[in-house]
Design a protein around this ligand. Structure first.
Ligand SMILES: [Zn+2]
Length: 51
């Protein structure tokens, strides 16, 4: 499956392949969340932790 996905943080369209290569993904609640950049991934994680 090569669906385009959206950054969970800023809603930018990003290819799943690019995410996997760049490592801009993180496991949250047992599911993979993808992001357009490292910054978005980190911000999202912070948001989750701080709630
Ligand atoms: Zn983003």
């Amino acid at each position: 499956m090569r669906d385009n996905i959206k950054c969970k943080m800023c809603n930018t369209n990003v290819s799943q392949e690019a995410c996997e290569l760049a490592g801009y993904k993180t496991m949250i609640d047992g599911s993979e969340q993808f992001f357009c950049c490292k910054r978005c991934a980190e911000d999202y994680e912070k948001k989750k932790i701080r709630k």
